[in-house]
Design a protein around this ligand. Structure first.
Ligand SMILES: Cc1cc2nc3c(=O)[nH]c(=O)nc-3n(C[C@H](O)[C@H](O)[C@H](O)COP(=O)(O)OP(=O)(O)OC[C@H]3O[C@@H](n4cnc5c(N)ncnc54)[C@H](O)[C@@H]3O)c2cc1C
Length: 227
C-alpha cells in the first residue's frame, strides 16, 4: 500500500457543507467555489463508476452539519442561504433539495448538546483501504508497474524526456513525468503554489450500538465525528 494521505484519510466522500462553502465565499468568487464543488462531485462519481460501489464500500448515508446552541448565528446564516445553495447545486448535480434542515434526526443519532442539523443527502463515505486496493488492481491490470518506497529527490530534462534522481543515486528515465506528490509538491516543483495543511484522523475500536451513521461536519471545516 502507498504511504500517502489517500490510504490514511477519514473516507469522507463529501463535496461541501453549507458553512464551509459560505466561508469559502468570503475569500473567493462564486465561480471559483462552485467549480471546486463540481470537481469534487464529478470526481466522486467517476471514482464510484470506475471502481464500483461494492469494491470501495461506498455508503450514501449523507453528510450532516451539526450546530450547538452557541452556533445559532451561524445556523441562521446557513438556513438563510439554503435555497441559494440548493439552486447552485441543482446546476451541478441535476438534483433538487440537496441540503435540508433535519433537526428531527438529532435524537435518533444519540447527540447531546446539538440543537440543529443540516444534511447534504448526496454525500457518503468510502473505505479508503478498499478503494486503494481496487485502484491498484485496476492499474496493474492495465499494465502499470507501481514502485513504492522510493523517494525522488529531483528531476532534470534530458534529450529523451526526463531523468529522475532517487535518494540512493539510482536514476530512472521516463518520456513523461507527472508530479502528484500532494503536500510535498514544493520539494520537486519549488514554484508550485502548494502549502501543506495538517489533518488528523482519530480511530476508535468498534463502539457497540453506535447510533452515528454518516459523515459529520462542525463549524465550517470537515471536523469529524465519524467513527
Ligand atoms: C488525516 C487526513 C484526513 C483526510 N480526510 C479526508 C476525507 O475524509 N475525505 C477526503 O476526500 N479527503 C480527505 N483528506 C484529503 C485526501 O486524503 C487527499 O486530498 C488525497 O488523498 C490526496 O491524494 P493524492 O494522490 O494527491 O496524494 P497522496 O495520496 O498523499 O499521494 C502522494 C504520494 O506521493 C508520494 N511522494 C511524496 N513525495 C515523494 C517523492 N519525493 N518521491 C516519491 N514519492 C513521493 C507519497 O509517499 C504518496 O504516496 C484527508 C487527508 C488527511 C491527511
Amino acid at each position: 500500500m502507498p504511504y500517502g494521505a489517500s490510504t490514511r484519510n477519514a473516507g469522507f466522500a463529501c463535496f461541501g457543507s453549507i458553512s464551509e462553502l459560505l466561508d469559502d465565499l468570503t475569500r473567493e468568487s462564486e465561480q471559483e467555489a462552485f467549480s471546486r464543488v463540481e470537481k469534487r462531485y464529478r470526481g466522486l462519481l467517476k471514482l464510484r463508476q470506475k471502481l464500483g460501489d461494492i469494491n470501495i464500500q461506498y455508503e450514501g448515508l449523507g453528510g450532516f452539519e451539526v450546530f450547538t446552541p452557541s452556533d445559532s448565528l451561524l445556523f441562521q446564516e446557513c438556513t438563510n442561504a439554503l435555497n441559494f445553495f440548493n439552486d447552485s447545486l441543482y446546476k451541478i448535480t441535476g438534483e433538487v433539495n440537496t441540503y435540508s434542515v433535519v433537526d428531527d434526526k438529532i435524537s435518533s443519532m444519540g447527540f447531546a448538546g446539538i440543537n440543529h442539523m443540516i444534511s447534504n443527502r448526496l454525500e457518503g463515505q468510502i473505505d479508503t483501504g478498499k478503494m486503494m486496493y481496487s485502484l491498484i488492481e485496476r492499474v496493474k491490470a492495465a499494465g502499470v508497474v507501481i514502485l513504492n518506497g522510493i523517494t525522488i529527490e529531483s528531476f532534470v530534462n534530458s534529450d529523451n524526456g526526463v531523468v529522475l534522481r532517487e535518494s540512493s543515486d539510482f536514476n530512472f528515465e521516463a518520456k513523461k513525468l507527472l508530479v502528484c506528490n500532494n503536500g510535498f509538491a514544493k520539494q520537486l516543483l519549488p514554484n508550485a503554489e502548494v502549502t501543506p495543511a495538517r489533518a488528523q484522523v482519530m480511530v476508535t475500536s468498534p463502539i457497540p450500538e453506535l447510533k452515528l451513521k454518516g459523515c459529520f461536519h462542525y463549524e465550517k471545516v470537515i471536523t469529524t465525528l465519524e467513527m
